[in-house]
Design a protein around this ligand. Structure first.
Ligand SMILES: Cc1cc2nc3c(=O)[nH]c(=O)nc-3n(C[C@H](O)[C@H](O)[C@H](O)COP(=O)(O)OP(=O)(O)OC[C@H]3O[C@@H](n4cnc5c(N)ncnc54)[C@H](O)[C@@H]3O)c2cc1C
Ligand code: FES
Length: 472
């Protein structure tokens, strides 16, 4: 079972999915994935006259974008100070510049295509003493990088805080309204969208061949925009940690929060409002954990509910859902060639739950790479650079954790005789991890690189391209 997000419920699919039972053809560019990265990249390339096909395993917005909290902000919790711990201040400045470009592009696109957006301040706040130190450091780094952030001691929230950093004039959106407008605009520029079509292989060169159950598509260039790249080359799955967290929506008598809030200390709490008819809904997010972790997922969701009702006792729940994003070891997003010198297959991702600005910035980098433009800030997104070296210690640690998780999963499954369960093999078809049952979403989740499978073993998301094997 997949929990339906507020946005997905608000925008049930009314137009038929664009499928093709006999797929083929040759395109300048094939884009894999119809989330914010894939659709923005496709539109930018089509506007420049390229023939583009987008191949999507589910439907538009089926992935993380359709489940995002969708705050469009340059202030991102404690992201800037986290990046500054590993990188020079020039890298932080490039990262901030990329966020500004992403925000400006989205703001313009929404106005031009009549997608409702709301202007809100973004606030990173602290619950406790340690959090306050983090937030004060965030203020320092943000101001140094040129953001007009200010300290706010008294936040209008119904619980005690130790203050926070406020950045005025950021944006929030309904992400599916945004994707819908991007889809229409891309189609108007000739982009061909094929849904319900999972790419299982990306092979060869000149042209590159993309295999699907409905046929093989050929393209001079390929952009893999699947969040976690589904191609093994480049080893991106080994560079990122899959993180899942929960979202709740509530009807409240009046607008519950005046800004987009995010706590920097644990347990994390994310708050925003969204207009809904004549009223307003409160969105509460948090209680994240690694995908496939040994946690009681239903309990995580329940804790978030209890916390909300403690502070907004009149709130009435309307939706509950969950989503995942990927945190790269070197803390920076990436967009570029899958391997050094391999400029015909490009990948993007690693947005650390800040993909609204980063997906657009990554799309600008990718289209620049394919069309011959260059942004000075693109340095912060390089797939192969000295940042990789900076993060090697953490990469080794992550791989160590992954190896340990793999061993633990196999030992546990062998000891309990549960390598097979409910007629399914628990061996993940990506690289052999042992999947765990996720009670809240009734899915099988892999702790290694975040692949998820439904009750019947079909792929839901992540780098796996085929379902769990049936066993007799
Ligand atoms: C709980 C949560 C809250 C968040 N809140 C915010 C926020 O407030 N602000 C913010 O900036 N960011 C936020 N993010 C992050 C942001 O939503 C994501 O980074 C962003 O949406 C990723 O977009 P994407 O297009 O790269 O990936 P996705 O939206 O996941 O799109 C990838 C697409 O690829 C498809 N696909 C996968 N494999 C294949 C295949 N083999 N063949 C064909 N198609 C395939 C999938 O079906 C999917 O549609 C949040 C993330 C989470 C988890
Ligand atoms: S997701 Fe890689 S082994 Fe399961």
């Amino acid at each position: 079972m997949t929990l339906t997000s507020l946005w997905q419920d608000r925008h049930p699919r009314t137009r038929p999915a664009t499928t093709d039972a006999d797929l083929g053809g040759h395109y300048d560019v094939a884009v894999v994935g119809a989330g914010l990265t894939g659709l923005t990249t496709a539109l930018l390339l089509a506007r420049a006259g390229r023939s583009v096909v987008v191949l999507e395993a589910g439907t538009v917005g089926f992935g993380t974008t359709g489940r995002s909290t969708a705050k469009i902000s340059c202030l991102q919790g404690s992201r800037l100070s986290t990046i500054s711990h590993k990188h020079a201040s020039s890298v932080v400045e490039h990262y901030v510049e990329a966020q500004r470009e992403g925000l400006a592009w989205l703001g313009r696109f929404c106005v031009e295509h009549e997608v409702p957006i709301q202007r809100r301040d973004a606030v990173s706040y602290a619950h406790g003493e340690q959090g306050e130190q983090t937030v004060r450091r965030e203020l320092e780094v943000a101001r140094k990088a040129g953001l007009p952030a200010v300290w706010d001691e008294e936040l209008p929230l119904p619980f005690a805080t130790r203050g926070g950093v406020r950045l005025p004039d950021q944006l929030q959106v309904d992400p599916l309204e945004l994707l819908d407008a991007l889809t229409l605009e891309a189609a108007a520029h000739g982009v061909r969208l094929v849904e319900h079509t999972r790419v299982t292989k990306v092979r060869g060169s000149d042209p590159v061949r993309l295999t699907t159950a409905a046929g093989v598509v050929q393209a001079d260039k390929v952009v893999v925009a699947t969040n976690m790249p589904m191609v093994d080359r480049g080893g991106f799955f080994a560079r990122m940690k899959p993180q899942r967290s929960y979202g709740l929506a509530y009807r409240t008598p009046t607008q519950a929060v005046d800004a987009m809030y995010l706590s920097v200390d644990q347990p994390s709490r994310s708050l925003r409002d969204t207009p809904d008819g004549d009223g307003s809904l409160l969105l509460v997010g948090g209680n994240g954990h690694k995908v496939g972790a040994r946690v009681d997922t239903s309990q995580r969701l329940e804790e978030l509910r209890q916390w909300t009702l403690e502070h907004w006792p009149e709130a009435v729940e309307t939706h509950a859902w969950s989503a995942q994003d990927y945190e790269p070891h070197h803390e920076l997003p990436f967009a570029g060639p899958v391997l050094p010198g391999r400029s015909d297959v490009l990948v993007a991702g690693g947005y650390s739950k800040w993909g609204m600005t980063n997906a657009v910035a990554a799309s600008l980098v990718l289209s620049g790479e394919l069309l011959g433009g260059h942004m000075p800030w693109a340095e912060a997104f390089r797939t192969w650079s000295r940042h990789e070296v900076t993060g090697l210690g953490t990469a080794a640690l992550l791989n160590g954790e992954v190896g340990l998780e793999m061993t633990r999963g196999w030992v546990e499954a062998a000891a309990t005789g549960s390598v097979r369960q409910d007629g399914l093999s628990r061996v993940c078809t990506h690289l052999g991890g042992i999947v765990r049952w996720n009670d809240a979403e009734r899915s099988w989740d892999c702790p290694l690189h975040g692949s998820r499978f439904d009750e019947g073993g079909e792929v839901l998301e992540g780098p796996a391209v085929c379902g769990l094997r049936r066993s007799s």
